[in-house]
Ligand binder design. Structure first.
Ligand code: CMP
Length: 162
């Protein structure tokens, strides 16, 4: 599979900070399960609410992360080369917390949940880093939703106080 990707282990390691936390054996295992995916601008990679069975590392291009705000997509982040996404559904079994859309032509590495879980079980520190980032991102999304909700609030305080 390494040949399919066309990347040496050194080149693979440089694609994302995440891989630097693994050792050579772990990087090789990740490389063996990685699938390269090319998408066009505006393609949706993952959709909010769907079951998530993989996570992704961005090799080229950028994505927009949006959440549904009463029918309107609200952008909570943009991610570029070297970033990963899709870790929340993979690590927590929750549905996708956001929709991720290509902002440009996009090249990704896709890692399927089953094999990646086996690798991460042997690298608990890497799993922990991903889980913590996922948690921080969930909090960030919630904060941004709350902020816009309060800004847009036109009705009186529902508690009747103040
Ligand atoms: P997941 O919920 O599996 O699918 C959507 C992904 O978008 C999510 O994992 C994160 O990787 C990413 N994501 C969600 N919220 C944010 C955020 N606030 N900032 C950056 N990335 C996010």
């Amino acid at each position: 599979m390494a040949d399919e990707l066309g990347l040496s282990i050194e080149a693979f390691t440089k694609q994302s900070k995440l891989f630097e936390f693994l050792d050579d054996a772990g990087r090789q295992r990740m490389m063996d399960i990685a699938q390269r995916k090319v998408l066009a601008k505006d393609d949706v990679v993952v959709r909010e609410g769907e079951v998530g069975d993989s996570f992704y590392v961005i090799l080229k291009g950028a994505v927009s992360v949006t959440v549904d705000d009463f029918g309107t997509p609200k952008q909570v982040a943009t991610l570029g080369r070297g970033s990963f996404f899709g870790e929340i559904a993979v690590l927590t079994q929750q549905p996708r917390s956001a929709t991720v859309t290509a902002l440009s032509e996009l090249e990704l590495l896709r890692f399927d949940k089953g094999p990646v879980e086996k690798i991460l079980a042997d690298y608990p520190r890497v799993r922990e880093i991903m889980a913590r980032l996922g948690l921080r991102r969930s909090e960030d999304t919630l904060e941004k939703m709350m902020a816009s909700g309060f800004e847009d609030e036109k009705t009186p305080n529902p508690t009747g106080e103040g």
